[in-house]
Design a protein around this ligand. Structure first.
Ligand SMILES: CCCCCCCCCCCCCCCC(=O)SCCNC(=O)CCNC(=O)[C@H](O)C(C)(C)COP(=O)(O)OP(=O)(O)OC[C@H]1O[C@@H](n2cnc3c(N)ncnc32)[C@H](O)[C@@H]1OP(=O)(O)O
Length: 169
């Protein structure tokens, strides 16, 4: 399969925070943000694989900054690494200052999607070739994160997690 660049899967979703989407502190409800990120990641995974894709795991979410009611929120999703049938999607979440238009990073997350056929069986996806420095950093660390996710899910024996173990020796 011909390799693709992360930029080919770039997905940008911009939307407002409405009252029905907030918690009692008038900030964006965490589950609403998870859903927005899931939608963006799903589209990025489809753009990379051109297949049906399903969420296999939410590997990391950092709610670093509360997002107030009325904010303009942009979720950016890109495939950071493709394995056999699975893809790691890196998400960056930005909020926009109403007056200056400047953007502040609010959150980030990492999701794993798997490409499947019409019967739900995993299928192979194209490899990825990172271009920018950030894309290369995210690509390099992705195997470690995949192994951690599989170990935590009880799908990999920690003894086989070579990349993960290398962190501690
Ligand atoms: C009349 C209508 C007809 C319509 C017909 C057409 C449909 C029209 C399009 C609709 C589109 C809808 C899209 C909906 C999208 C959702 O709504 S997703 C909803 C939430 N997600 C789900 O329901 C997924 C449920 N889980 C699964 O289906 C299976 O567990 C999975 C994810 C396919 C994995 O299956 P598996 O048997 O574990 O397969 P396995 O070969 O062991 O693993 C596959 C890959 O996943 C990786 N993996 C598995 N678990 C993990 C983990 N925890 N962490 C990291 N990696 C993992 C493996 O390492 C492996 O990676 P590769 O080495 O191949 O790269």
């Amino acid at each position: 399969m011909t390799p693709k660049h992360p930029s080919e899967s770039l997905t940008v979703l911009t939307d407002l925070v409405l009252p029905s989407e907030t918690n009692p502190l008038n900030n964006l409800f965490g589950g609403e943000l998870l859903a927005r990120m899931d939608r963006a990641a799903s589209i990025a995974a489809r753009r990379h694989s051109r297949r049906i894709t399903v969420t296999a795991s939410v590997n990391h979410v950092a709610f670093n900054r509360a997002i107030p009611l009325g904010s303009v929120v942009t979720v950016e999703a890109k495939v950071s690494r493709a394995f056999n049938s699975s893809m790691e999607i890196f998400l960056d979440v930005w909020i926009e200052d109403r007056e200056s238009g400047s953007r502040t990073k609010a959150n980030e997350a990492i999701y794993t999607f798997v490409a499947v056929d019409e019967t739900g069986n995993p299928v192979t996806v194209p490899p990825i070739e990172p271009q920018t420095e950030l894309e290369k950093q995210r690509y390099d660390a992705a195997l470690r994160r995949k192994q951690l996710s599989l170990v935590l899910a009880g799908k990999m024996n920690p003894h086989d997690a070579t990349e993960l173990k290398a962190l501690f020796v």
